[in-house]
Design a protein around this ligand. Structure first.
Ligand code: ADP
Ligand code: ZN
Length: 615
């Protein structure tokens, strides 16, 4: 047997012709041994004729050889960098050329910060945490008197568009101090040494502007875990991170700089960043819940000109119930779209219809009324969407339907809008119902046309994801057992799975079984309701957009209770709106108490002088 690069070639010698051979990728040890085993079985090699496998470690220097191009390039860059402007200066940016690349690219906002805490909504807990930082800046004594150490920085984590940047900026706005922002990726440049230099420069800038708030967005670009996946010495990113740690350690509580950072990947950050004295607090800002969305809508409805009969609070609640899963940025987007749509129709005020259109647009993308669909395709889309709708109607745990449309939009040919209840725990049965509903589109195509199309790709992706999650993450499969592994995220490099090849095979099999049984279940359901699917599809072809009332007319009321209004959704949670009360210790959080005392005495003196009339 010969192993060459990553391929094993097993020649068969002896009785047969020497030209007989098999080859396969070596892959992991496990696969290699299994393949070798199969090959030998096939060739009928028995007993002592079998190939022994011996593992040994050796190096022939080919690794160094493979690094040679990299070494040469880095060497060249270092050389030109040393030579300074005469080398490459002309192509460098602006006046300073290469000399200025070590300067920070951060932006400093001073008096132009127009954001206050009242502009950030739906994340009250995070706001409280961060108010405390302002309080540290303003009233360190309150904490020091009790012997508490004041935290230096916080990492704001959470999905994009939830208001991390906004919150950091509002903190500066409230504290009335400069706000310095920089993006983590701005430290990463091709040239060696630029990253650390920019970090040094950034912190110098912060010191100069103290007291201030320094915000590093997308800190994961520089803050990735060190010492993984790079050969030979430290990478530029590691050096930059080290410099960042050094600078943070150099700050003390009297420096009066609060360092905030934002990321949506806290899991890949180097743990050293989170040690005490650095970013010792992590503040999670999740997607807003229904009450949070209502408050965010209130913020963004404030500057809009609405029809006079509309009550803004009521509208905010209504819109919140229509926008499950929306982030703060999506909501800001909806409000702006609504205004644009109203303007397009030359309306002099915005009404609820405009908002509904805006929501559809944010969910589904731009409506493409002019996209030409062949009648045959249109029919397929109608039956596909009808399949989803009818399956969902008769599955207890499927989300209530709001609207189905077969007008092509930016993000797909057909589209349906649902009102998922906000739920944090799902049972196996609930997940199964959701899978079946998602499969309803393809099943309907299968039933009515006896053929399937490419239109179900997105559905299948969702179903596959859910099936893997159930088995690999939630321990919901009997054979695989009570285990939980992290599924790789998009963009992750997966070098090895945390489980054996055998488990991987079992998981793959179980995923297939699960999806197949969900598919069968959906086929049975839709065969039984075939006449309904037909009716809905025909209505869709006729009207292009149908809503819940059409469904009720065609199918009768849904056989399960469902919630649909804001009041129903928030029932049993204590109050209609978000709780925005402050704890006692933070009541005066953005006031400078020492200064205030002086001011009041000044005023009193003034009053005495002017005989009680303040001037
Ligand atoms: P992130 O930094 O989390 O990605 P941003 O702070 O950049 O999100 O949010 C983008 C925009 O979305 C903000 O400028 C604001 O208009 C809106 N927005 C996001 N979250 C909120 C919120 N909680 N309250 C009000 N507006 C928000
Ligand atoms: Zn579909």
């Amino acid at each position: 047997a010969i192993a060459y690069d990553q391929v094993a070639i097993v020649y068969l010698l002896g009785s047969c012709s020497p030209s007989q051979y098999v080859w396969f990728n070596i892959g992991s040890v496990d696969t290699f041994e299994r393949n070798l085993e199969t090959a030998q079985l096939e060739f009928g090699i028995e007993g002592e004729n079998r190939l022994p496998v011996v593992y040994s470690a050796e190096s022939d220097g080919s690794f160094l050889l493979s690094m040679l191009p990299t070494v040469l390039i880095v060497g060249f860059l270092l050389y030109t960098l040393r030579r300074g402007p005469t080398g490459m200066g002309r192509t460098g940016r602006g006046m300073g050329g290469l000399f200025s690349v070590g300067e920070t690219t951060a932006k400093v906002l001073k008096d132009e910060i127009d954001v206050k805490f009242k502009d950030v909504a739906g994340c009250e807990e995070a706001k409280l945490e961060i108010m405390e930082f302002v309080n540290f800046l303003k009233n360190p004594k309150q904490y020091q008197d009790l012997g508490a150490k004041i935290p230096k920085g916080a990492i704001l984590t959470g999905p994009p568009g939830t208001g991390k940047t906004l919150l950091a900026k509002a903190t500066a706005g409230e504290a009335n101090v400069p706000f310095i922002t920089v993006n983590g990726s701005e430290f990463l440049e091709m040239f060696v040494g630029v990253g650390p230099a920019r970090v040094r420069d950034l912190f110098a800038l912060a010191r100069k502007n103290a007291p201030c708030i320094l915000f590093i967005d997308e800190i994961d670009a520089v803050g990735r875990k060190r010492g993984r996946g790079n050969f030979g010495g430290q990478s530029e990113q590691e050096n930059t991170l080290n410099q960042l740690l050094v600078e943070m350690d150099g700050f003390n509580t009297t420096t009066n700089v609060v360092i905030l950072a934002g990321t949506n990947r806290p899991d890949i950050l180097d743990p050293a960043l989170m040690r005490p004295g650095r970013f010792d607090r992590q503040i999670y800002i999740g997607p807003p819940d229904i009450k949070g969305r209502a408050s965010i809508f209130k913020v963004h409805l404030r500057p809009l000109k609405l029809e006079s009969i509309i009550d803004k609070d009521n509208l905010a609640r209504k819109l919140a119930s229509l926008t499950p899963g929306f982030s703060g940025a999506d909501i800001a987007n909806v409000c702006n779209e609504a205004a644009l749509i109203a303007a397009r129709h030359l309306s002099d005020a915005i009404n609820q219809k405009h908002f509904e259109q805006a929501i559809e647009r944010v969910i589904g993308g731009l409506e493409k009324k002019t996209q030409v669909l062949q009648p045959e395709e249109k029919k397929t889309v109608a039956y596909h969407e009808a399949g989803h709708a009818v399956a969902g109607w008769f599955l207890e745990h499927a989300d209530p339907l709001l609207k189905v449309s077969i007008i092509p939009r930016g993000k797909g040919l057909g589209y349906a809008q649902y009102l998922p209840r906000e739920q944090y725990l799902y049972t196996k049965e609930q997940l199964l119902d959701r899978m079946c509903m998602t499969l309803g589109g393809r099943v309907s195509e299968q039933i009515f046309f006896g053929r399937i199309t490419t239109g179900a790709q997105d559905d299948l992706k969702k179903v596959t994801q859910s099936a893997y999650a159930q088995i690999v993450q939630f321990g919901m499969n009997e054979k695989v057992g009570q285990i939980s592994f992290d599924l790789p995220r998009q963009g992750d490099m997966v070098l090895e799975k945390p489980y054996s090849e055998a488990t991987a095979r079992l998981i793959d099999e179980e995923v297939r079984t699960l999806i197949n049984s969900a598919y069968e279940r959906t086929v049975t359901l839709l065969m039984e309701k075939k006449a309904y699917v037909e009716k809905v599809a025909l209505r869709l072809l006729e009207k292009e957009v149908i809503d819940k009332s059409d469904m009720v007319e065609l199918l009768g009321p849904r056989p399960f209770a469902e919630k649909s209004t804001y009041e129903e959704f928030v029932e049993g949670t204590g109050s209609l709106d978000e709780d925005t009360s402050l704890p006692e210790g933070l009541k005066d959080w953005n006031k400078d108490r020492e200064k205030e005392k002086e001011e009041t005495t000044d005023e009193q003196i003034a009053r005495q002088i002017t005989g009680g009339i303040p001037f």
